[in-house]
Design a protein around this ligand. Structure first.
Ligand SMILES: Cc1cc2nc3c(=O)[nH]c(=O)nc-3n(C[C@H](O)[C@H](O)[C@H](O)COP(=O)(O)OP(=O)(O)OC[C@H]3O[C@@H](n4cnc5c(N)ncnc54)[C@H](O)[C@@H]3O)c2cc1C
Length: 386
């Protein structure tokens, strides 16, 4: 039965996490933007501690995916950078450990992630391969019972903060994508692992991203995610569902922040003797922002619910949510800047930061082009010619 009502528990999450994020996290969002990277790292670690105390990570790793999505919107609205860093630890690293890890791997990491005693990261992208996993070069060679990893992972979110990395590498290239790729859990102090300097990014500047190089990096057999090599591609496809949902959620939170700050300005700023929101040209922008963000929310919650129900359609629904919400938030951020006039364009303006943050969503973890291709393939498979 179709039911758009959040449960009583989810309504409490929305209220309590929303209040916590506005009070404890939102004030750091602007600080991140201009801070040197070492200061940003300290701020982010402090935010992780606050999020752990509010049980945000427990929710994000729990079974209530709709509830986690409601909490995620609140965090993304308060500070998109903190949302991305939290997502990279809990979703990109924590979800695969929770779903596929051995008992020892779960014992070691899950509770530590929830309490922010450990921070995780995941690297599958390389300088020459992002969308095309077949282009990955990183490889693992057998040595005794263990493996030796070689390769360089690019654009790894949380790399400068992380205690452990999930790294995707070939264990048998001849076997192809389906059976040849394997995820390894590599600790930050493993010999042969080097984290590069944080990279300067256009937006989401508080979320620290760096290269992770593996050179003769020896790991034990127990470092293989789930204990069995060759399952990396299938594991990544499942995790990408959670990640696509998260990027839709990030978009939704940024969109809500744009809408709220623009609506407030529509009431407070006067021109020609009245609040600018009363001019049709401005009011129409607020209406479009609201409508499109609400559509993003409907698609995102629909996809979250579908994942919870373990529907076969959840994979394509997360692509639809990511595609729509990420493109919608770019249009919404553009309208927000227009509503703000010249002051919105200034460095330090909230909408200027949100505009830069939004651009990430249509690129990362499956570009819009790849989402369209996946949705089209699903249509072609589903709706066969009569
Ligand atoms: C700030 C930031 C943080 C990130 N964090 C992480 C992280 O933590 N871990 C990680 O592994 N990765 C991370 N990434 C990488 C990100 O997921 C990739 O950038 C993204 O998947 C796109 O890959 P690419 O950059 O290699 O682009 P490419 O794959 O080279 O694509 C370039 C262009 O070609 C298009 N294209 C490629 N193939 C096709 C096709 N078949 N059909 C149509 N068009 C196509 C793309 O849509 C795009 O427009 C991060 C990126 C950024 C910017």
């Amino acid at each position: 039965m179709m039911n758009y009502e959040l449960t009583a528990e989810q309504k409490t999450i929305k209220k309590e996490i929303g209040k916590f994020c506005q009070e404890a996290i939102a004030p750091t969002a602007a600080l991140f933007d201009e801070s040197p990277k070492d200061k940003a790292a300290d701020l982010m670690k402090a935010n992780f501690q606050k999020l752990a105390q509010a049980n945000y990570f427990g929710l994000a790793l729990g079974e209530d995916i709709v509830g986690a999505t409601v909490a995620g919107e609140a965090l993304a609205q308060a500070c998109p950078s903190t949302f991305l860093a939290a997502m990279s630890s809990i979703v990109s690293f924590g979800i695969p450990v929770k779903l596929f890890g051995t008992a020892a791997q779960k014992d070691k990491y899950i509770d530590a992630l929830v309490k922010a005693q450990a921070i995780g990261a995941m690297g599958y992208t390389e300088a020459q391969a992002g969308s095309d996993l077949g282009g990955i070069s990183a490889s693992a060679a057998k040595k005794g019972d263990g493996w030796v990893l070689t390769g360089v992972k690019d654009l790894v979110t949380n790399a400068p903060l992380a205690d452990a990395f999930l790294v995707l590498a070939w264990t048998d290239k001849e076997a192809g994508l389906e059976k040849g790729l394997t995820f390894f859990i590599v600790e930050k102090n493993a010999s042969g692992l080097t984290v590069g300097k944080p990279i300067e990014t256009m937006g989401l500047r508080g979320s620290l991203t760096a290269e992770v190089a593996l050179s003769g990096c020896e790991v034990a057999a127990a470092a293989v995610l789930g204990g069995e090599a060759g399952k990396g591609h299938a594991q990544l496809q499942t995790v990408l569902e959670y990640i696509k949902l998260s990027i839709a959620n990030l978009s939704l939170g940024i969109g809500q922040a744009c809408l709220e700050v623009s609506t407030a300005l529509g009431k407070s700023r006067q021109a020609f003797g009245k609040p600018i929101g009363l001019f049709e040209g401005v009011g129409a922008k607020l209406a479009v922002m609201f409508t499109n963000n609400d559509l993003s929310r409907l698609l995102t919650l629909r996809a979250a619910w579908s994942m919870e129900q373990k529907e076969a359609e959840s994979a394509v629904l997360t692509s639809c949510a990511k595609l729509f919400a990420s493109e919608a938030v770019n249009a919404i951020a553009d309208l927000a800047m227009q509503v703000h006039g010249g002051h919105g364009y200034l460095r330090g303006a909230q909408v200027e930061r949100l505009y830069r943050d939004a651009r990430f969503a249509v690129i990362a973890y499956g570009t819009s082009e790849l989402q369209r291709a996946a949705i089209a393939k699903d249509c072609l498979d589903k709706f066969k010619a009569a």
